[in-house]
Design a protein around this ligand. Structure first.
Ligand SMILES: NC(=O)c1ccc[n+]([C@@H]2O[C@H](COP(=O)([O-])OP(=O)(O)OC[C@H]3O[C@@H](n4cnc5c(N)ncnc54)[C@H](OP(=O)(O)O)[C@@H]3O)[C@@H](O)[C@H]2O)c1
Length: 355
């Protein structure tokens, strides 16, 4: 099949592309094609299948010649994976323009090019609409549903590294939270010239009953490819873990892995605002500021209904493996060896990335 892909350079897209190329002819819309040509070449997409395109621009910034080439190709489906993946209110306008506006432009392009099927990558958290990201993804889903095109919507859990190698091409979501204590502890160790362990006297809010839906990127890719291969049915498919671990268990593993002690985990099952009696010191403020956007994901219970995915895939459905302590450890090993994608000598708790 001929597929027009967006978001090829992102975490999911860069893991998807090699599997897609095994069975399909892929055309991709990407930003700054010329500057990033070497990287794209490494992905194995033929250079004449790459088109400069920006979701924020009118007509996606596609030139007339690109449009007529794409029209002549007879593409079978769009796989719209590109997205702004930031939770923070300060990015509201941009997030809205990329996620909702960009999806509208993708729908218009599909109609102009007579591409029948639209496969839309969304998040399992879209229905909650708790931040600009979820609100814009939910609005984009509605556009897809009302587009008049035949479609599937895929609601994904929190993407983490591959099951065996733990490899991943970027660090947001789960890693965005984990990197906060990592960089705080790294900075303390360097400044105070202390070795392990580090005492971090802070309070960490977390519901004792909620779960965190982490899913290995290679499993997500395999489930997506199987579903895409079956066609479009106007359905929503959750690609989430049917038995996710408790958030409190994962958080403790993160702090233990970082060799950080002194944490006061307090049970908190509501969303913002959270009232605390203690922890007004500098480290608490720094930690709160850096982790604020993740609070709803740590304190609210979410379970997702995978029945449509299981039913549609039938014998092809493959449940993800159980999440073990060793695997969380290995995921963190991979991320810390890469300094969470930051320059190696940095200890700054840079702005975290979302899901
Ligand atoms: N990561 C997760 O845990 C997670 C969980 C649930 C759902 N999802 C969904 O999965 C999809 C992929 O997410 P991801 O984690 O791979 O995100 P990512 O790593 O941030 O990648 C985002 C992709 O979108 C592209 N993009 C952003 N703005 C664009 C624009 N204006 N024009 C054209 N392309 C643009 C980026 O291109 P550049 O390289 O040019 O920036 C990049 O290829 C998204 O739809 C997201 O909502 C992700």
């Amino acid at each position: 099949m001929k597929i027009l892909l967006t978001g090829m350079t992102g975490i999911l897209g860069s893991h998807l592309i090699s599997s897609l190329l095994l069975h399909h002819e892929v055309y991709a819309l990407v930003r700054n094609v010329k500057q990033r040509f070497d990287k794209f070449f490494g992905f194995g997409v033929p250079p004449d299948h790459l088109f400069e395109g920006d979701l924020e621009k009118e007509n996606l910034g596609l030139s007339d010649s690109s449009l007529s080439i794409l029209k002549s190709v007879d593409i079978d489906m769009v796989l719209h994976c590109a997205s702004a993946v930031k939770f923070d209110d300060k990015y509201y306008k941009r997030t809205w323009n990329i996620n909702k506006g960009g999806t509208e432009r993708i729908i218009n392009l599909s109609k102009t090019l007579n591409i029948p099927d639209l496969h839309f990558i969304s998040t399992a958290y879209a229905p909650f609409q708790r931040n600009p990201y979820e609100i814009s993804k939910s609005a984009a889903e509605k556009l897809v549903m009302n587009s008049g095109l035949t479609y599937n919507i895929y609601r994904l859990g929190v993407i983490v590294g591959e099951r065996k190698s733990c490899a991943i091409n970027g660090f947001n979501g789960f890693y965005g939270y984990a990197m906060v204590p990592y960089f705080i502890a790294k900075s303390l160790r360097q400044r105070k010239k202390i070795s392990n362990p580090v005492k971090l006297p802070i309070s960490v809010p977390c519901s004792s009953t909620s779960t965190i839906n982490i899913v290995p990127v290679d499993w997500v890719v395999s489930q997506l490819l199987s579903l895409i291969g079956l066609g479009t049915f106007g359905e929503i498919y959750y690609i989430t873990h049917p038995a996710p671990p408790l958030t409190s268990w994962v958080l403790k593993l993160i702090f233990d892995y970082m060799n950080i002690n002194g944490i006061n985990y307090f049970d908190c099952s509501s969303s913002l605002p959270i009232k605390k009696d203690n922890g007004t010191g500098y480290l608490q403020k720094l930690f709160d500021k850096q982790t604020r956007i993740f609070l709803p994901y740590l304190t609210q219970e979410e379970m997702f209904d995978v029945s449509s995915t299981v039913r549609r895939l039938g014998m092809e459905y493959e449940a993800p493996e159980e999440i073990t302590e060793q695997w969380i450890h290995d995921l963190l090993d991979f991320a810390t060896k890469q300094n969470f994608g930051r320059r190696m000598n940095t200890t700054k708790t840079t702005e975290p990335m979302a899901i």
